[in-house]
Write a protein that binds this ligand. Structure first.
Ligand SMILES: Cc1cc2nc3c(=O)[nH]c(=O)nc-3n(C[C@H](O)[C@H](O)[C@H](O)COP(=O)(O)OP(=O)(O)OC[C@H]3O[C@@H](n4cnc5c(N)ncnc54)[C@H](O)[C@@H]3O)c2cc1C
Length: 734
């Protein structure tokens, strides 16, 4: 994986950002109203040659370069149709020089050229995003590309959004010429796809800026004697939209990569065309939601024209809705995913990024696939789902023997010593077979904590058994008196010679019935935070007992009891009373492991699709728009979740991780898993009420399993607080 901009792309970002910031003051933006067009800025972007960025005869930068410009245009609410210009100018340069007399003059000038997304002949009422300031419009009539030029604008209706949009029928047309190039229609359609993608990137960045402005304001303004950012009623909705927007931003990048190298994660068919449609729909949804939340944070001031929040709101509405309704955008996703609707895509050029696992990761994934194919059977699949913990000691040991149980375990402790992203690539494969390896996953997280913070004795005595699949761990954090407030732990550890004695009760200790050790938070001092110490406690000894707890998700968990359970000091993890540091790192590892959500949403989608395509009772349900849209929603969120995970893994590997990356992946994954299952339960009713594991029954099952995912490993509320604080710089609200 490589997910950072090249030096050249950073320079482009810097230059364009500075220019647009100079022209992006509220005074300048307001002066450009009502059309949202700033002629002086238009001249300056041309002086820098930005519209020619992607033109083949002017260097032909990659689509990621264009995306970088689109992000800056969004962040600064550029009052010029910059992304449309980049796309249109590339198209002009691609068309055969002799294709039409108008082309020669047009290539030389800096006219605004509007692109019509619908047939020029059949849709006179269509809206052109830059029509009100355009000198020409390019569009298809059937399969022929036409230019209508020498446009007159007359009296134009005011358009919400402060964008220069108008109806095609509102223009007077001086002349019309057909562009005589056999490739013209294909090139034009590819240009529209590129415009869709760049619009999405522009929207995501505009939304992100609106959210950051609101978060900054909330960090300064006071009400009731407190900063308003301390109210979760403000910080949590901001954290939600910030997460949705980060998903949108990265989905645009993912679509770029998909165009460049072909990529798919949904049963082999979420190709690049579907990803572009997904990015376009999702960025609009996320940005519009963000604009509304942001305005609210500013209170009355958000409504006034003295603050830019309302301008973000109007521009975001304009940019996202000028292409049509969100439902139509979802229908396009469904058509591309499940009805084979083609998409003519632009050439991506050398983007420099990749979401792929790399050579090592792909090789390990191939070995895992081969292993799964060899060992998978109907009985194993049934066992993996019914047992839910999918615990099969022999199978796990077999996996360990071929280096696939913990691929990133260090060689020093008997592991293969591969990269963390390689381990993720392997998990991605067994997840696609719905092998729910819960006990090894929890063990893996704890092994990492022991590896980083444990004593040499603990590392040498414990890790080889864990990595070989001989022993397993459980997490002993939550207690009957509370799980979210983890630092309020009451289970005590008291010194007894070279050992410690553990006393008390932990609650929801999942896999404890399979485990040999518990990573445990204990109280060793009176101070809430400076009185916490962590241990890895051997469980198979006198004084330890457990009771099964059954859950609605058919998931077994446990109450665990400790009566003078002995643990050597060498199994202390971190300093005495220094547990907070260890716990923070351990929680970060836990919250970054979002592949459970990908696995589950894949399973959900698979089951729902099996039902939706079934024609046994007449027309297949997928032909109903509400069903197709619910499926498109699930598919899009699945791709975003996978993308957020990959980004978090990459950032960790290259040392660029931030504290909110894991929480964003966890929040998005668990909430999306829940909302999509709930939506599918409705559209597939009453068949979806059936209890089972496969086909339509997977929907009900997946919904029951989704709900606890919003609670364990830190509830959604806790994740939102972390995102608001670490991601948006807001004051503490817990
Ligand atoms: C199936 C399952 C498996 C689990 N496995 C494990 C495990 O293996 N090991 C383990 O240690 N724990 C495990 N847990 C426990 C889980 O981590 C806790 O349930 C969780 O941390 C919440 O704690 P609680 O249930 O005590 O709820 P509480 O902490 O009492 O919270 C109740 C509600 O209040 C909200 N809330 C609490 N504090 C705040 C705040 N500051 N701001 C806003 N809202 C807040 C919470 O979000 C929640 O909605 C598991 C739970 C489940 C359901």
């Amino acid at each position: 994986m490589k997910l950072e901009l090249s030096e050249e792309q950073v320079m482009l970002q810097d230059v364009v950002g500075k220019l647009l910031a100079k022209h992006g003051t509220l005074a300048r933006l307001s002066a450009a109203e009502p059309l949202g067009f700033d002629a002086a800025l238009w001249d300056e972007v041309w002086e820098l040659g930005i519209p020619l960025l992607r033109a083949p005869d002017a260097g032909e930068a990659s689509v990621l370069h264009a995306l970088v410009v689109a992000e800056e245009a969004g962040r600064h609410l550029a009052s010029v149709p910059l992304i449309e210009a980049i796309v249109a100018r590339r198209l002009l340069a691609q068309l055969a020089p002799a294709a039409c007399p108008w082309l020669d003059a047009a290539r030389e000038g800096q006219d605004v050229i509007a692109l019509a997304s619908e047939d020029l002949g059949k849709a006179p009422g269509q809206i052109l995003a830059s029509g009100a300031v355009a000198q020409a419009v390019l569009g298809l009539e059937g399969d022929a590309l036409w230019v209508w030029h020498d446009l007159g604008h007359g009296d134009l209706p005011k358009i919400h959004g402060s964008i220069p949009a108008c109806r095609l029928s509102a223009l007077t047309v001086g002349a019309r010429q057909r562009i005589d190039d056999p490739d013209a229609a294909r090139l034009f359609r590819a240009a529209l796809e590129e415009l869709r993608l760049l619009t999405a990137a522009q929207l995501a960045a505009a939304g992100q800026q609106a959210v950051q402005d609101a978060a900054d304001y909330a960090g300064g303004r006071e009400a009731f004697g407190r900063k308003i950012g301390e109210f979760q009623g403000l910080s949590h909705p901001l954290a939600n939209v910030a997460t949705d927007l980060e998903g949108a931003r990265l989905l645009c990048w993912r679509a770029v990569d998909a165009i460049a190298r072909g990529d798919s994660i949904i049963d082999g068919d979420a190709g690049a065309g579907a990803m572009v449609a997904m990015a376009h729909w999702w960025a609009g949804v996320a940005a519009r939601g963000a604009a509304l939340v942001s305005m609210r944070v500013f209170g009355g001031y958000g409504m006034t024209t003295d603050y830019p929040a309302q301008l973000f709101f109007r521009r975001i509405n304009g940019w996202s809705l000028v292409g049509g309704t969100p439902d139509a955008a979802m229908d396009l996703i469904a058509a591309r995913l499940w009805r084979g609707a083609p998409a003519d895509l632009p050439e991506a050029g050398d983007t420099g990024i990749t979401f792929g696992w790399g050579e090592e990761g792909e090789a390990a994934a191939a070995r895992m696939r081969e292993f799964c194919e060899r060992r998978h059977s109907a009985e194993l699949a049934k066992f993996m789902r019914e047992s839910l913990d999918g615990f099969d000691r022999e199978l796990h040991q077999e996996l360990a023997e071929v280096g696939l149980l913990h691929p990133d375990a260090p060689a020093e402790f008997g592991g293969p010593g591969l990269k963390a992203s390689t381990a993720a690539a392997v998990r991605d494969v067994f997840g696609s077979y719905y092998w729910n390896l819960l006990a090894p996953s929890i063990t893996d997280m704890i092994a990492k904590t022991v590896l980083h913070f444990g004593s040499e004795t603990a590392r040498q005595e414990i890790l080889p058994d864990l990595y070989a699949g001989r022993k397993y761990c459980t997490l002993g954090y939550s207690e009957p008196s509370g799980g979210s407030d983890i630092f309020a732990a009451r289970v005590t550890a008291t010194r007894d010679g070279d050992d410690w004695l553990i006393n008390g009760q932990k609650q929801f200790t999942s896999t404890a019935h399979l485990a040999d050790y518990a990573l445990m938070v204990t109280r060793t001092g009176p101070d809430k935070h400076r009185g916490i110490t962590m241990f890895i406690v051997p469980l198979k000894q006198e004084g330890f007992a457990l009771n099964e707890i059954k859950t609605i998700g058919d998931e077994r968990t446990n109450a665990t009891f400790y009566d003078n359970v002995r643990v050597p000091d060498a199994y202390r993890i971190g300093e005495v009373n220094g547990g907070v540091k260890v716990l923070a790192a351990a929680l970060a590892i836990e919250q970054s492991s979002g592949d459970l959500h990908v696995m589950s949403m894949r399973n959900l989608l698979r089951g729902a699709l099996a039902w939706a395509r079934d024609e046994a009772e007449g027309e297949a349900p997928i032909t109903r728009p509400e069903v197709a849209r619910a499926l498109a929603d699930t598919a899009t969120r699945l791709v975003i979740q996978d993308t957020l995970n990959r980004h978090a893994i990459w950032a960790q590997e290259v040392g660029q991780s931030r504290k909110h990356y894991g929480p964003m992946a966890k929040l998005f994954g668990s909430e999306s898993w829940t909302s999509t299952s709930a939506r599918l339960l409705e559209v597939a009713a009453p068949a979806s009420l059936e209890v089972g594991l496969d086909g339509v029954a997977a929907i009900e099952f997946m919904l029951r399993r989704a709900i606890p995912s919003t609670i364990y490993a830190g509830s959604s509320e806790i994740q939102r607080s972390i995102i608001a604080e670490a991601g948006l710089g807001m004051p503490r609200s817990r």
